[in-house]
Design a protein around this ligand. Structure first.
Ligand SMILES: Nc1ncnc2c1ncn2[C@@H]1O[C@H](COP(=O)(O)OP(=O)(O)OP(=O)(O)O)[C@@H](O)[C@H]1O
Length: 439
């Protein structure tokens, strides 16, 4: 029986979910703050963590970070209000499996849980019709580039915002290469603790460090002949970056604690949300490794920049959700459609897929209306349209907020660095963050 930990301070809501999940056949433990959660995570193994974003003594992301630092890769779902969707996007970057927006619909929750548990089982990489290419100019160019670079052995960096489909493109490159019958192994470098990353990639020998009870084969060796996909590559520690560079240059690896080297033939595809050039400037990413990885760069467009593809994706996700949820949505009312087209989709394809699934779930008939779309999305759109008018002050504020948020993300929320980049003092940065509600 799968065991879940729910971390939620609203006790009534926690009990409702607990009851529902127990009825669905799961074992559930509850924690109401981060401290209790840490204690339980230390004591027991869980198959899934379901964490609320806002907790009395921290956030759900703290719980996620705590687990990841301990080397616990349990799938984690973050529950957030729709207004926090940008935070949710950050949680995915930190290695959360998915997020779900409140109010939580039980059927939707069960669906997300089912997906996250299924993800644990290794699936062979095969092309499937759950994915479409898009027909916009950027999409056509993107697929031309993929067709050109896929058959080569060049290392590729895929850069794009969270949820733009980087992992899917990495699989496509593998499938279109001569390595397609060999393994494709994806590693989320964001979820690897500093200590475990080396051993995960290169393996270790028995007794190499406390807890190394047996010899362990690393993922480099496991991917031999095939492709290794390093997601969130910017999160690798400097030490591991050095080893990775050696592996790429010399095509050999050395398991931790071993004196022997092993030859490997692996193609690397790396993905990043950030501009690695910035991390290089900050001294966080090695420039030599960057150039070795960047033999070819693929820039994935944000959904808001994909023009007519947005409509294609909407229809595609409706068809998928109809099938999955046994619904029959054939049309969207014009005002609901307009909302979908006007929204700026910070979570990109992942967010669109979630919103459409929810819309289909809440639409028993053949037409979906605005009632099936989150209220907060409507508010976000009206805010966006307000600010895109002639109100200069609002436009400036919106730009300023966006710039501050992006800069903070770039420097991983190091306020001194952000203030320096923005050319303002720390105090001004703090007061602006407070004014714009940036956490
Ligand atoms: N071309 C596509 N057609 C249909 N669905 C897609 C496509 N590309 C991505 N998706 C869906 O969008 C979601 C996000 O995709 P993916 O995980 O590849 O993004 P990502 O950029 O790697 O995200 P992250 O940076 O958060 O790891 C997934 O649910 C995936 O199934």
């Amino acid at each position: 029986m799968s065991k879940f930990l729910i971390v939620e301070d609203d006790s009534t809501f926690a009990q409702i979910i607990e009851g529902f999940l127990i009825k669905s056949g799961f074992e559930v433990l509850l924690a109401s703050n981060t401290k209790q959660a840490y204690k339980l995570i230390d004591q027991q193994d869980f198959d899934l963590l379901l964490v609320d974003y806002r907790l009395p003594d921290g956030t759900g992301l703290d719980v996620l970070k705590y687990a990841r630092e301990k080397g616990i890769a349990t799938p984690t779902i973050v529950m957030t209000s729709f207004n926090d969707v940008r935070t949710a996007v950050k949680s995915i970057q930190l290695g959360a499996f998915d997020y779900i927006t409140k109010p939580v619909n039980p059927d939707e929750l069960l669906m997300v849980i089912k997906n996250s548990l299924a993800k644990d089982e290794a699936e062979p990489v095969v092309a499937d019709d759950n994915f479409i290419k898009g027909k916009s100019e950027v999409a056509e160019k993107l697929h031309q580039h993929i067709a050109l670079v896929a058959p080569t052995d060049m290392s590729v960096i895929i850069q794009g915002e969270s949820g733009t489909g980087k992992e899917h493109i990495a699989k496509t490159l593998h499938l279109q290469s001569k390595r397609s019958t060999k393994p494709f192994i994806a590693i989320d470098c964001g979820t690897l603790s500093k200590d475990l990353a080396g051993s995960e990639l290169f393996g270790h020998t028995k007794g190499a460090f406390t807890g190394a009870l047996n010899d362990k084969k690393g993922q480099f060796e496991a991917a031999n002949g095939g492709t290794l996909f390093l997601d969130e590559v910017g999160n690798l520690s400097y030490e591991v970056q050095v080893k990775l560079l050696r592996a790429l240059q010399e095509r050999i690896i050395q398991p931790i604690g071993s004196t022997k080297t092993i030859s490997v033939d692996v193609r690397i595809i790396a993905a990043t949300n950030d501009d690695l050039a910035n991390s290089i400037q900050q001294g966080e990413f090695r420039e030599d490794l960057y150039h070795r990885l960047n033999e070819f760069k693929i820039q994935l467009p944000a959904l808001r920049d994909r023009g007519k593809d947005l409509e294609l994706f909407i229809n595609h996700f409706i068809a998928l959700s109809n099938k999955e949820l046994n619904r029959n949505v054939q049309a969207i009312e014009p005002d609901a459609k307009q909302l979908l087209l006007d929204y700026d989709w910070p979570g990109n394809l992942r967010e669109l897929k979630n919103v459409i699934k929810r819309m289909v779930l809440l639409s028993p008939g053949d037409t979906a209306g605005t009632a099936s779309l989150p209220d907060e999305m409507k508010m976000a759109v009206s805010q966006l349209s307000k600010n895109s008018g002639t109100d200069l002050k609002a436009v400036n504020e919106q730009n300023e907020k966006q710039l501050i948020t992006e800069t903070l993300q770039k420097v991983r929320f190091n306020k001194s660095k952000a203030a320096k980049l923005l050319n303002i003092d720390r105090k001004t940065l703090y007061s602006k963050m407070e004014r714009y509600g940036i956490e």
